[in-house]
Design a protein around this ligand. Sequence first.
Ligand SMILES: *Cc1c(COP(=O)(O)O)cnc(C)c1O
Length: 434
Amino acid sequence: MILYSTNHQSPDVLLEEAVFRGLPQDNGLYMPYEISELPQSFFDNIQNLSLTEIAFEVSKALIGNDIPENDLRKIVNTAINFEAPIVEIEPDTYVLELFHGPSMAFKDFGARFMAALMSYFLQKSNKDIHILVATSGDTGGAVAQGFYETPGIKVTILYPKGKVSDIQEKQLTTLGKNVTALEVDGTFDDCQALVKAAFLDQDLRQKFNLASANSINISRLIPQSFYYFNAYAQLKKAGNTAPVVFCVPSGNFGNLSAGLIAAKMGLPVKMFVAATNINNIVPDYLKSGVYAPKTSQETISNAMDVGNPSNFIRMKILAGSDFDQVIQKITGDFRNDEETKKAMKKVYDQTGYIMCPHTAVAYLGLKAYTESLGEKVAGVFLSTAHFAKFLDVVEETLHTKVPVPERLEALLSKEKVAIAMPKDFSSFKAYLLS
Ligand SMILES: *Cc1c(COP(=O)(O)O)cnc(C)c1O
């Protein structure tokens, strides 16, 4: 796999370098030159394949030149060790559940695959690395779980004190071993500034092999394409052969970009719906053709509170060369918190199905689009997190107690272990060097 920088100033790299670098030096994003189509025989037989078999075929087509087949199979089987089922909650309306991994959010796909790839490349080179990651909540849990007990990798997670939910904090602070949590006396932006400063610091760079695990790493995008194929396979298996529409609740637009990769590889998709909360920069762009980033606003679907989506350029490149092509493939929808809560309540009352706020935004986006069509389609909306991760807003909205999965419940009784850290760089640096 050869990758270029979307800013065209940094040199082309192979997958291994792109994975450890994360970002090219010219501040663009790494993109593969080639995304090859899968053969018709793959799609003819797809309903008989498991998620891991699909994941192997897709990753072989994308990165098969970089990693021998046997090793790639091991990487896929290690990373994708949970399911991504579809559930039909209304006729022809399916929720694709992406929360069956260890942190109960779809970011497990990306984080676990990235961890398995890094670990593979490190074994070959006998190197150790130290990963620094700042989190506002969900990413940290997935990264912590993804890299937990991975040989050769030490992880330091910085999170803002008092600004993540109970469950999220426990996901970061109860693992131990190679994962250390720093509770920073500051905001998420302060955490991110500390990580950035560390990467620029000569002393730290001399002492450690620092790597980043942020969401624009290309190795987090690749595994997110697997479940689009798998959803199609399940529809086919269930005998639903209507054209498929995917609605993706979006923040930085990595998830939607991964869907576009699947479509480029031949997956038949009638339309992608880009669903956001009131941070509607992309739905606005899809309407006007003008991309106008804004300061983000807080909502109840807070993992999507993004004012300048980091994968926007990837989404555009993958969708087509001009605006007319982009809107053939993607349509937008956005919802405020009131509409989101109403949908959570309505679906719960009518079907018993419980959605997290992000999932509800996607449900609304899907319905608005499919109901505007005069034809039968198979509508799939992505559920990016388990509802219990947003317990307060879910219980308040549904006016009822909801069941908390054992995995999350067990966390709450575990003891938090975190190192208190002031927000100035000299303290952080002294800690790392000690
Ligand atoms: C990260 C996240 C999103 C947004 O995904 P993007 O790939 O950034 O668009 C949506 N929902 C949840 C629960 C998330 O954690």
